[in-house]
Design a protein. Structure first.
Lengths: 112, 114
């Protein structure tokens, strides 16, 4: 069983929709939770970063972590065609280890 | 801005060839990583390095080796390329012990082995 499971998608939504992307994990030692966005033919880039449980908001994006349920989510409000990409969740135990465990990614298409 | 560059965007090699993929980062990061990314399998860690001349196996090291002679440079070597090594290869770097565990990725090398 994988340490990190991500909703596989693909996901297709109309412009303006609210999008929910989700990951579950099994290792309770994870403390750092990241969301990366990867456009076609590019490397992933960090979108959101949270430490431990709680919510973090950045513009149209909200990252949510529920450590008790081992569940993380990324919400995108007022989705735009430019949000079309693959979204990868990632988690790590501590920054000294330097290693993150990635989900397989969810491909999102926002249709105009 | 952190910049991670990879030596080639696209590469075509023949079975049995020795292949070198090179990655360079310009932010003095201690950690460097090599992944391969395949549809349905996500990002899989091949090797990582947390210091010069240090290396650790990731989840799928078989058929690969790495070299880190300088802090900014991390090379992935396919000793004898095989068709099942056709993939997108991504290099990344990160700060060790920083306030976040963000990895900065290069643009990727799409390798085809014929």
């Amino acid at each position: 069983q994988k340490e990190v499971e991500q909703d596989p998608g693909p996901l297709s939504v109309p412009e303006g929709a609210i999008v929910s992307l989700n990951c579950t994990y099994s290792n309770s030692a994870f403390q750092y939770f990241m969301w990366y966005r990867q456009y076609s033919r590019k490397g992933p880039e960090l979108l959101m970063y949270t430490y431990s449980s709680g919510n973090k908001e950045d513009g149209r994006f909200t990252a949510q972590v529920d450590k008790s349920s081992k569940y993380i989510s990324l919400f995108i409000r007022d989705s735009q065609p430019s949000d079309s990409a693959t979204y990868l969740c990632a988690m790590s135990r501590n920054t000294n280890a330097g290693k993150s465990t990635f989900g397989d990614g969810t491909t999102l298409t926002v249709k105009p | 801005d952190v910049k991670v560059t990879q030596s080639s965007r696209y590469l075509v090699k023949r079975t049995g060839e020795k292949v070198f993929l090179e990655c360079v980062q310009d932010m003095d990061h201690e950690n460097m990583f090599w992944y391969r990314q395949d549809p349905g399998l996500g990002l899989r860690l091949i090797y990582f390095s947390y210091d010069v001349k240090m290396k650790e196996k990731g989840d799928i090291p078989e058929g690969y080796s790495v070299s880190r002679e300088k802090k900014e440079r991390f090379s992935l070597i396919l000793e004898s390329a095989s068709t099942n090594q056709t993939s997108m290869y991504l290099c990344a770097s990160s700060v060790r012990g920083g306030s976040t565990d963000t990895q900065y990725f290069g643009p990727g090398t799409r390798l085809t082995v014929l």
